[in-house]
Structures are given as structure tokens and as C-alpha cells.
Design a binder for this molecule. Structure first.
Ligand SMILES: Nc1ncnc2c1ncn2[C@@H]1O[C@H](COP(=O)(O)OP(=O)(O)OP(=O)(O)O)[C@@H](O)[C@H]1O
Ligand SMILES: [Mg+2]
Length: 255
């Protein structure tokens, strides 16, 4: 399941004043029975690969749900390209270029690979553009081309995850949000998934990744973030966070 080099998608550009793509400030959010996020400040730079790690229940997926509009924050701001998006619907946020690949499997199992990928562009009206993106995705993700007529359910977990990435790329996202993409995968498949993430980032797509597999996630990240109990405990470059002795002890299982 190799991933071909540099895909054909456009680089996100909107003028010379670029830098921070997404900014969270003082973010507080929960599910009704109390706050889970207790004041998150986070900046995601354009074209960066930001990886959030932390123990189960830290609030990592909750941060992602707030960004993609699935959960309204009780306090704080979410700004994307300088504009507040905290009160927008998930559909409006999707239309602005934020695509979320959730933690759980999300393909339609009884539809083919090709149908699933095409569905990624269901908000795109320009049929020619959809066909061009389908062709680009098929080149970038060989499993899409090779298994196109097969039902999604017949693919391995790793292959399904790659198809989920391909489906997300049908919207040529400015920000790609990936929640624990390597969960449950064997080491070889995990490597393929991380290489694919790196390829998408190399092509200019900003990536916000949540990973339990902290070594692999931080290993490809330009920006590493450690969350614990609804707060950010530490951040820095991926290698800096990986090398922090406290983090090694707490989160990476080091001696
Ligand atoms: N839909 C929900 N309703 C109520 N509580 C929730 C809901 N989803 C998550 N929580 C709670 O919010 C807290 C944070 O959950 P979240 O899923 O953000 O953690 P996480 O860091 O992504 O953990 P994991 O590594 O297990 O995926 C947990 O205590 C969880 O039980
Ligand atoms: Mg989670």
C-alpha cells in the first residue's frame, strides 16, 4: 500500500499575510455535565503538522470536535484565517476548508471504495472539478485505484484509513484534522499511514493530528502538544516534546 510522491492538489494560498491558520484562545467546552476543556490556547501555523498527544480522556478529541463545529465551546474563541468560526455549523466549517477524519471508522461499508471517495466531494457542484480530484486522488492513494470496485468493508483497517484520507482530500482541505489514524493498526501499516500523512502535509495541507502513538506522531510533527486533563501541559517542536524527560516518563512509557 505505498503512497505515491507529491500529489496534484493546489497549495492553499490567500495572499501574502499568512502565518497562523487556526487559533484557539481560552477555549472551555464540555458535554453538559461540566467542562472538559479548561482553557486551551493553541496556534496552528499554515502548512504545519501539529500533533496533540496525551492520555485517554485528556480532551484531545473534544478539541477537534470544537474546531469542526460538532461541539460549541462555552467560552473562548476559535479563529480560522482570522475569522471566528465557533458559532458556525459543521457544514459551514467544512465549506471553509476544514475536514475532520474522526477517530472511529467512517466509511460506508456497503458502498465501494470509489463511491466512498466520491462522496467526499458531495458539497462540490463543479462536476469537472470532482472528476479531476478523483483522478488526482487515485494517483496519490494507490489503494483507491487498485480496490476501487470493492466494498469498503472488504478492506483492512489500514486500507480503510487511507481511503478515509482520500475521501477527505476530495475537498482539497486547508486544514486536515485526523483523530488517532493509527489506532489498531499493525506496525507496518502504521508506517504507511504516517508516510501518507507526511505526503499530504508536504503537498501543502496543514495537518492537525491527534495520536496515541506519541513517538510516531511527534516524530513527523513540526509542532508537538501534550494535553492532560483538559489543559495543554507542554508544547514545542515535535523532537523537543519527544525528548522532554517528563513526557518520556508520563506518556511514552520510557524508564
Ligand atoms: N459525548 C460525550 N458525552 C459526555 N462525555 C464525553 C463525551 N465524549 C467525551 N466525553 C468525556 O470527555 C472527556 C474527554 O474525552 P475525549 O474523547 O476528548 O478524550 P481523548 O483525549 O480524545 O481520549 P482518547 O485518547 O481515549 O480518545 C472524557 O472524560 C470523556 O468521557
Ligand atoms: Mg479521542
Amino acid at each position: 500500500m505505498p503512497c505515491a510522491a507529491i500529489p496534484l492538489f493546489s497549495m492553499p494560498t490567500w495572499g501574502p499575510d499568512v502565518g497562523v491558520l487556526l487559533e484557539l484562545k481560552g477555549l472551555v467546552a464540555g458535554y453538559g455535565a461540566g467542562d472538559i476543556l479548561l482553557g486551551i490556547d493553541l496556534a496552528v501555523d499554515e502548512e504545519s503538522l501539529t500533533c496533540i498527544v496525551g492520555p485517554n480522556g485528556a480532551g484531545k478529541s473534544t478539541v477537534l470536535r470544537v474546531i469542526s463545529g460538532l461541539l460549541r465551546p462555552t467560552r473562548g474563541s476559535v479563529r480560522f484565517r482570522g475569522e471566528s468560526i465557533a458559532a458556525l455549523s459543521p457544514r459551514s466549517i467544512l465549506n471553509r476548508g476544514i475536514v475532520h477524519v474522526p477517530q472511529e471508522r467512517s466509511l460506508f461499508p456497503t458502498m465501494t471504495v470509489w463511491e466512498n471517495v466520491r462522496l467526499g466531494a458531495y458539497t462540490v457542484r463543479d462536476r469537472g472539478l470532482v472528476e479531476r480530484r478523483l483522478a488526482a486522488v487515485a494517483e496519490t492513494f494507490p489503494v483507491v485505484k487498485e480496490r476501487r470496485h470493492e466494498l469498503a468493508a472488504s478492506l483492512s483497517g489500514g486500507q480503510q484509513k487511507i481511503v478515509e484520507f482520500a475521501r477527505a482530500m476530495m475537498l482539497d482541505p486547508l486544514l486536515l484534522i485526523l483523530d488517532e489514524p493509527s489506532m489498531g493498526l499493525d506496525p507496518k501499516t502504521r508506517t504507511t499511514v504516517f508516510n501518507t500523512i507526511r505526503t499530504m502535509n508536504d503537498a501543502g495541507h496543514t495537518v492537525l493530528l491527534v495520536e496515541q502513538n506519541a513517538r510516531s506522531g511527534l516524530g513527523i510533527a513540526s509542532h508537538g502538544v501534550v494535553m492532560e486533563s483538559g489543559r495543554i501541559r507542554l508544547e514545542g517542536t515535535g523532537p523537543d516534546v519527544l525528548g522532554n524527560p517528563e513526557i518520556g516518563r508520563l506518556y511514552l512509557g520510557a524508564a
